[in-house]
Every structure is written in structure tokens, then in C-alpha cells.
Design a protein around this ligand. Structure first.
Ligand SMILES: O=C(O)CCC(=O)C(=O)O
Ligand SMILES: [Fe+2]
Length: 316
């Protein structure tokens, strides 16, 4: 995507200024942001020695030889230990990753390497995840939309139908995340992220909170889709069954927490709501093709970085 394309992703951006907070002010964070599921930025929370390329190589060298790493479409899922000597984990993150209050996965950190111009298309994160996204190197421009003013999604999916969404009437924040900054993005918040720096390295910590989500349209949608998947698990491919068994890293308890209030009526009405939307997919085909191209380009760069590290380690 060119910079011009990225400015076309929003129309009428009536964005507010996102609040920021000191990463050591845990009391305010948990009371005013975590408990109410509202986003907040922590400026200059941590630092990684060296330039973007050096940090990228150091992380890739570890990822290349660690069997526990999972390669995802645009990032790597890794264990906390993998990043411990690269940067200090901010205290609000450590406090949030508490097994008493959150379902945690082993690979609870995602690592992103994106070159300038890359755009992560509009979506919200699956598995009911809260995300702490730290800009370790480079700079990214974020646009986020609250789950109570949702954007149109692909049927049964977390990705959005269109990229040029009108943001009129939506609760939206637009902000730059610069080196050392971290955003707390609560579950179900829509986001669109444009890589501004030449080479951008991000780490995010992810967790599924045990508390019930704030009552928003998207929270209800997620619970209903999950309930439907669970009820029809016998007819689902093994990948879906595996996902449900390991949902948010905790399986059954996490699944039960989210779906406990879903009734048969709500489940059936969800099917109708999603199916009614399906003709829109035809209108979205040009956007889908553009998105797929962007994502594939991002993936190629990600895999290329890893292959370079693997080749260097073989040669050594
Ligand atoms: O950094 C990006 O490009 C996307 C980040 C994202 O989608 C996330 O942290 O959930
Ligand atoms: Fe995301």
C-alpha cells in the first residue's frame, strides 16, 4: 500500500485524543481502563538497545531456533522468556498477566516485523484477547474504533468487510505509536495499523480476562459465534475443534466464561444476522483481493527475515 492508500482508509475521521498514563500508575490503570475495557497509551515505557535492524536480527536469531515458536499470518507467537533480554516488561503488563484474573497461553507474546508502508487491515482480535502492543522500534499509525460502534464484519469473521469505512458516528481514536510507546487495546476494539517507520518491530502481550466483557454489540456477537461453534463442534474440521479445546490457551473454562449467558434463541438469531450480511461479501471482493495482496506481501517479508537468520546459523 502507498501512503496515499493509507489515507483513504478512513472517511470523516472525527477522532478524539486517546488518554495517556504513566506505566507505574497501576491503580489508575486497573480502575479506569482495564476494568472498564477502555484503551490507553503509555508513552516511553521501555527501551531496546541498538537500531531496528539489530533488534530485528537478535529476535529473529532466537525465533529461528526455538521449536516452541508458532508462525502466524503476520507475526510470531513466542514465550515471554524470548524477549526478556531485549526489553523490560512494563509493570502494568506483568500485573495483568496474572493467572487468577486472566486465561494465559504459553506463547503469550506476539512479535511483529513490518517494513514501511505495510498496513494491517481493519479487524478486531480473536480469542477475546486484551492486547498490550509495544512499539519497540519504528513508528506506527493506529486508528481504533470502539466495539459499541462496530464496523461491518465479514460473516462469522473478525476481519472487516471494507477498508474505506466511514467513521462518521463511530467512537474513534487515531494516534501514532512511537519507539518505546505501548497501547493497551482492550478486547473487541477494531483497529487498522499502518507502518510508518522503515523497519518496525512490535511486541504484544495477549491475555483473555476472566471477567465478563463490557456489554457491547461485538462482545455479544463473539459469545454467540463461539457458542455456535461449540454446539456444532462434532461437524467442524479438526482445526476448529483444536481451537475450541485451546481457546485463549485455557480451553473449556475460557469457553464457558464467554458463552454462559448465550441461549438457543440468541444463537439462532446470530446465524440469521450473519447470513443476511453474506451478499455484502460480493461488494467487498475488490477490497478482499487488495487485503490478501497486502497480507501476503507482509508475510513474505516476515518469512524472509527468519530464513536469513536460519541460513546464517546453519553457515556458522
Ligand atoms: O502492528 C500491527 O500492524 C497490527 C497489530 C495488531 O493487530 C494487534 O496488536 O492486535
Ligand atoms: Fe490485531
Amino acid at each position: 500500500m502507498t501512503p496515499q492508500d493509507s489515507t483513504m482508509t478512513t472517511s470523516t475521521p472525527a477522532s478524539r485524543e486517546i488518554p495517556s498514563l504513566d506505566a507505574y500508575d497501576a491503580e489508575t490503570f486497573f480502575r479506569d481502563y482495564y476494568a472498564t475495557e477502555q484503551p490507553v497509551i503509555f508513552r516511553g515505557v521501555t527501551h531496546a538497545d541498538g537500531g531496528a535492524e539489530e533488534v530485528c536480527r537478535a529476535l529473529c536469531d532466537k525465533i529461528a531456533v526455538d521449536a516452541s515458536v508458532t508462525e502466524r499470518l503476520l507475526w510470531y507467537d513466542v514465550r515471554q522468556e524470548m524477549i526478556d533480554d531485549v526489553c523490560t516488561t512494563p509493570p502494568v503488563v506483568t500485573e495483568s498477566m496474572n493467572p487468577d484474573t486472566a486465561f494465559l497461553r504459553d506463547n503469550c507474546v506476539r512479535v511483529w516485523f513490518n517494513s514501511g508502508g505495510h498496513t494491517t487491515p481493519w479487524h478486531y482480535d480473536g480469542h477475546s484477547l486484551h492486547v498490550f502492543n509495544l512499539q519497540l522500534k519504528g513508528k506506527k499509525r493506529w486508528t481504533i474504533v470502539a466495539p459499541e460502534t462496530p464496523l461491518p464484519n465479514m460473516p462469522f469473521s473478525k476481519t472487516c468487510l471494507f477498508e474505506d469505512n466511514s467513521l462518521k458516528g463511530k467512537r474513534v481514536y487515531e494516534f501514532d505509536l512511537c519507539e518505546g510507546d505501548m497501547v493497551f487495546l482492550p478486547r473487541y476494539w477494531f483497529h487498522h495499523v499502518h507502518s510508518v517507520g522503515e523497519l518496525n518491530v512490535n511486541v504484544n502481550w495477549v491475555l483473555m480476562p476472566k471477567q465478563q466483557p463490557a456489554a457491547t454489540k461485538i462482545a455479544a456477537r463473539e459469545s454467540e459465534i463461539l457458542w455456535l461453534l461449540d454446539k456444532s463442534r462434532f461437524a467442524m474440521p479438526s482445526g476448529v475443534k483444536w481451537m475450541l479445546d485451546n481457546f485463549a490457551g485455557a480451553g473449556e473454562p475460557a469457553l464457558k466464561t464467554l458463552t454462559k449467558d448465550v441461549t438457543l434463541g440468541r444463537g439462532m438469531s446470530r446465524v440469521a444476522k450473519e447470513v443476511i450480511r453474506s451478499p455484502m461479501v460480493i461488494l467487498a471482493i475488490p477490497t478482499l483481493i487488495r487485503k490478501a495482496k497486502t497480507v501476503m506481501k507482509g508475510k513474505k517479508i516476515l518469512s524472509g527475515l527468519l530464513q536469513t537468520s536460519q541460513a546464517a546459523q546453519k553457515a556458522a
